[in-house]
Design a protein around this ligand. Structure first.
Ligand code: AMP
Length: 182
């Protein structure tokens, strides 16, 4: 049984939704770095205060801060997990690889949710999160292309990547993902 997965794809591709469905069905931990950071902001913690402006601008929070969150959560988890929104650049890939070596865990599948940019923009504008306005969306997509997209090739080169067409309805996508888990 495959137990350690991650979701890769642009903002608005549906990573959070699909990761939530899959983690619920399998009782895996769903670790969304974006969700955890937003929670810190809502709680008004010092970490939240540090990251608020960066997130609202659509820029990436420092690798170091995000790594702390990931480590803290994976450390206590030996059941299985789904990472959503991490890693987002090659330096985070390296950090994740070392964390996993230390924990004696391996990543088995990387689901890449692919979707055309014009569909993304529409979806994000509909979602209406605080960082979902037109300017911020542009920044997030630009950062995604420049720093996150190269991860697709990396995970493909180590044969972990599974391609998912994310321009379909939610149920069709989740069925596809479940089939590809086998
Ligand atoms: P998300 O919910 O994945 O769209 O993330 C929302 C925001 O949280 C991003 O635009 C970043 O500012 C921040 N964030 C989430 N995950 C990461 C990460 N792995 N590295 C840096 N910043 C992140």
């Amino acid at each position: 049984m495959k137990k350690h997965l991650l979701f890769l794809g642009p903002p608005g591709a549906g990573k959070g939704t699909q990761a939530a469905l899959l983690s619920e069905a399998n009782s895996y931990l769903h670790l969304s770095t974006g969700e955890l950071l937003r929670k810190e902001i809502d709680l008004g913690t010092s970490l939240g205060k540090q990251v608020k402006d960066t997130i609202n601008k659509g820029e990436l929070v420092s690798d170091q801060l995000v790594l702390e969150i990931v480590k803290k959560n994976l450390d206590k988890e030996n059941n299985g997990w789904i990472l959503d929104g991490y890693p987002r650049n090659l330096s985070q890939v390296k950090s994740l690889n070392s964390v996993l070596i230390n924990l004696n865990q391996t990543l088995e599948i990387v689901f890449y949710l692919d979707i055309p940019e014009e569909v993304l923009i529409k979806r994000l504008l509909m979602r209406g999160r605080k960082d979902d306005n037109e300017d911020t969306i542009k920044t997030r997509l630009k950062i995604y292309k420049e720093t996150t997209e190269p991860l697709i090739e990396y995970y493909e080169s180590i044969s972990l990547l599974k391609y998912i067409n994310a321009d379909r309805d939610l149920k069709t996508i989740s069925t596809d993902i479940k089939q590809k888990m086998a």
